[in-house]
Write a protein of this length. Structure first.
Ligand code: FCB
Length: 457
């Protein structure tokens, strides 16, 4: 496979479609203890023996905190419309409550102003998982008090930058924070308790709804929304057991978040399954969670397969996998978006993350990551396909701008369209970055009608 597959849909993306690249604070910034930053739960989790595959941490990461101007130039060189980044809560409020850290706030203001000077729209995420450790010490997301600390944080950041950022996302992937962070314990804060996980998920949703309302009340002009990781869940076989499991997994992953956000309350089948582990709600919580928002962000990487005998790795179609062991299945993105559009009264959607980890080889300073370029092209195709069917999608962002700290996988998994040599911090555009830039140039030159330049391989 050496040729790049162009997006082939006959759909013409509108001129105001937002093309972007995405990162998050903990994964790229480094400067873990500088300029007044406090520790986050990920700083602490990295110190737990064997929590991170390569025993690494985020102390330096891509050193973006110091190299942000170079990175900004790289973003600009790609010709994208938008940059999705996150603010590190403990960098701007080290203890999670009380004092604000002016140096931290100034860092993000410089970044936002720098983006605007380059004509790039800032898409700001408030919580991409790096909760202040001081709040975890008080129970973290399982403690209802954290909800109010989050609303204060949202309001403060929006007062400083809300006039200049195109969008504010409250949370990135609450399912991951709740389930991987509190039920399986694979991610920070490393708790293994389903009851706590479900209470955390409720507080994440509640804090989203309350933050949206508080930001609107203070006159914030940015578009407000949340980002969910969503996938179609398919049964591994046609047995009733696998089908029932797929339905339950869909409930936990998709409906547990989509239903309350879109005013349907928590799904009854999941509540029944949880029994005693269902979260405690207070009057008005469901109304607050369903506060109308301006956009929904969808992160899509793969579909999920449900297997009741534990053999979830049944590959129906013999599909290829990424370096994460995730099936490459762009059709899942169209299936998912059509289903969401059918089942919910949606605001405009942004694909806020999509991309792939592959093992990259550097030859003569070049990285011929054709698989990654193909992955992106085929998913852009899927987006065009559903837009042609009337689904309102406003943007697409590649995960990720840079190779970075891939959570429990450490630095072993590379998602960047730009390679990072962690020993020297040298950045090198991979072929996928060149391809994305050239694709955007053609789109913007009015050649919106895309065509197959190379046959599907
Ligand atoms: C998503 C996360 C993002 C990155 C990608 C690969 O779940 O939001 O930070 O790790 O997966």
């Amino acid at each position: 496979m050496n040729q790049i597959v162009e997006p082939s849909s006959s759909f013409t993306f509108p001129a105001n479609f937002v093309w972007g690249v995405a990162t998050s604070s903990f994964q790229i910034e480094g400067a873990a203890n500088e300029d007044g930053k406090g520790p986050s739960i990920w700083d602490e989790f990295c110190r737990v023996p064997n929590a991170i595959a390569d025993k690494s941490n985020g102390d330096v990461a891509c050193d973006h905190y110091h190299r942000w101007e170079e990175d900004l130039n790289l973003i600009a060189s790609l010709g994208v419309d938008a940059y999705r980044f996150s603010v590190s809560w403990p960098r701007v409020r080290p203890g999670g409550a009380e004092a604000w850290n002016e140096q931290g706030l100034a860092f993000y203001e410089r970044l936002v102003d720098g983006l605007l000077e380059c004509g790039i729209k800032p898409y700001l995420t408030l919580n991409h998982w790096d909760l202040p450790a001081a709040l975890q010490a008080k129970g973290g997301w399982a403690n209802r008090d954290t909800v109010h600390r989050f609303v204060e944080y949202a309001c403060h950041v929006a007062k400083r930058m809300g006039d200049r950022v195109a969008a504010i996302t409250t949370h990135n992937e609450p399912w991951v924070m709740a389930n991987l962070g509190h039920e399986t314990g694979d991610f920070a804060p490393g708790i293994k308790n389903r009851k706590i996980a479900m209470q955390a998920s409720h507080h994440l949703l509640l804090s989203h709804g309350l933050a949206v309302q508080a930001l609107q009340a203070q006159g914030c002009k940015s578009n407000l929304g949340i980002v969910l990781n969503l996938s179609p869940v398919v049964p591994a076989t046609d047995t009733p057991e696998d089908k029932a499991l797929a339905q339950l997994k869909d409930g936990k992953l998709v409906r547990w978040y989509m239903d309350p956000l879109f005013n349907k309350g928590y799904p009854q089948d999941v509540l029944a399954y949880l029994g005693e582990d269902a979260p405690k709600l207070q009057d008005g919580d469901l109304r607050d969670i369903a506060a109308p928002m301006d956009f929904l962000g969808v992160n899509y990487y793969s579909r999920k397969v449900a297997s009741s005998n534990g053999d979830w790795n049944v590959h129906k179609g013999g599909l290829p996998f990424t370096d994460m062991g995730w099936e490459i299945y762009p059709e899942g993105l169209s299936e998912l978006l059509l289903r969401l559009n059918r089942d919910y009264a949606l605001p405009p959607i942004y694909i806020t993350e999509n991309g792939a980890a592959f093992k990259d080889a550097i030859t003569d300073e070049k990285i011929h990551d054709i698989q990654r370029a193909n992955f992106i092209a085929r998913h852009i195709d899927a987006v065009g396909e559903v837009m042609a069917k009337g689904v309102s999608i406003k943007g697409y962002m590649v995960w990720s701008l840079l190779d970075n700290f891939e959570w429990a996988s450490g630095y072993e998994k590379r998602f960047g369209i730009i390679h990072v040599d962690y020993a020297t911090q040298k950045r090198t555009l991979k072929d996928s970055a060149h391809w994305y830039r050239d694709f955007l140039l053609r789109m913007k030159a009015g050649q919106g009608q895309t065509e197959i330049l190379a046959g599907r391989v």
